[in-house]
Write a protein that binds this ligand. Sequence first.
Ligand SMILES: CC(C)(COP(=O)(O)OP(=O)(O)OC[C@H]1O[C@@H](n2cnc3c(N)ncnc32)[C@H](O)[C@@H]1OP(=O)(O)O)[C@@H](O)C(=O)NCCC(=O)NCCS
Length: 204
Amino acid sequence: MVITMTTGLTFTYLTRDDVPAVAGMLAKESVCEWMFFGPNTPETTEGYFLPLVEGIEVALTEGRNPECPVFTIREKETGAFVGQCALLPVEFSPGAYLIGYQIDEPFWGKGYGTEACEFLVHAGFNLLGGYRLNGDCAEGNVASVRVMEKCGFVEEGRQRKYWHARGGYHDRLLFGLLREDLTKGRLAALGERFGEPQRDDQRT
Ligand SMILES: CC(C)(COP(=O)(O)OP(=O)(O)OC[C@H]1O[C@@H](n2cnc3c(N)ncnc32)[C@H](O)[C@@H]1OP(=O)(O)O)[C@@H](O)C(=O)NCCC(=O)NCCS
């Protein structure tokens, strides 16, 4: 199910076949260093992602947007698995989503994290019609802070000792992006860059 293609990456809805690659990524200490979960066993990763895959499958069969869209990121040229990104709806607040992204270590520093976050801005506002995106990260995750800043997210606060993980306490930095923070021109440019969603049956 190809969603869109950009200059360097493709974003597709997560499928069952993609889950082992996600599990391989989330088993790495390096990838999970600044995350509150992981490193995970393949069973734990499958247990989390397979219900999301099922939700995506049902929604697409019914011709509607998935409630929790998760996207597999690949290099356009090589088809190599690069990572995943997702929009998780905020409970009781239709139109608000929490963003999430993980890029596998061999692909860090190539601009892919920024591109994934820009794709989520496009998906959240242009495709899902959202009004607000939440971002968060552990203090110290300087790359993730930079990714959000580059995409226009505003730092909104800090929750002290929010995560107790891997033997330590970690403050949670809070970020937000409102639809009205983006000019119509930027939304249109993102729409042009990432395109409309495509389904298997629409592929040429
Ligand atoms: C955080 C993450 C998504 C960044 O992805 P990436 O593809 O390496 O980021 P980009 O190449 O788009 O770089 C974005 C910015 O961060 C900076 N950056 C990247 N890695 C950095 C590092 N280790 N230290 C400091 N700055 C860094 C880049 O220089 C760039 O800023 P600039 O344009 O001002 O120079 C990636 O490292 C990752 O997935 N990490 C593991 C999972 C994770 O932490 N996810 C986020 C949870 S909140």
